[in-house]
Design a protein around this ligand. Structure first.
Ligand SMILES: [Mg+2]
Length: 164
């Protein structure tokens, strides 16, 4: 039997914030979804699950030159950000997509404007840690990327964390 595709978009009803309608998920690559040049299988699976509901973008300056290879099994678009102006470039990307329907995940200092610009910015501590300025610009912080992605797939958990 043919599977009926679920409704596009992610929807969260957060007391104090209203209903969030999300179309885009923007992910920093190094330190956020990848650590030491690798993306965990569990992370890949969660990203691909989310990609059935939202457009997923992976942002990177690709300093290692391996981003496309690393992301080849991801249902996501790899978008290159100009080296040396990552902070501004990532925020500009969010503004182009539509900040009001975008969630961003990041960990580095150059993710702070992107986290601030997005409707929902999530700081990821992960194995690499998270820049404190970025942490302060985010709406929430999580211990690792899989936890962040799992929360996005579970509206009740997100609601519990963000309700005012
Ligand atoms: Mg990073």
């Amino acid at each position: 039997m043919k599977e009926i595709p679920s409704e596009k978009g992610l929807f969260y009803d957060i007391p104090g914030r209203g209903i969030l309608r999300i179309k885009h998920l923007v992910l920093d690559l190094n330190g956020t979804i990848a650590f030491q040049g690798k993306i965990r299988e569990s992370t890949r699976r969660l990203i691909n699950e989310l990609s059935r509901r939202v457009n997923v973008y992976v942002l990177t300056a690709d300093t290692r030159g391996k981003a496309h290879h690393l992301c080849s099994s991801l249902e996501a678009e790899v978008c290159l950000i100009k080296k040396g102006r990552e902070k501004e470039g990532k925020a500009e990307f969010i503004r182009e997509k539509g900040p009001g329907e975008t969630i961003a995940l990041g960990n580095g200092d150059n993710d702070q404007l992107m986290l601030e610009a997005s409707l929902l910015g999530i700081a990821v501590l992960g194995e690499e840690g998270c820049s404190v300025p970025s942490l302060l610009k985010a709406d929430m912080a999580v211990k690792d990327v899989d936890t962040a992605l799992e929360i996005l797939l579970d509206p009740d958990t997100l609601k519990a964390t963000l309700r005012s």
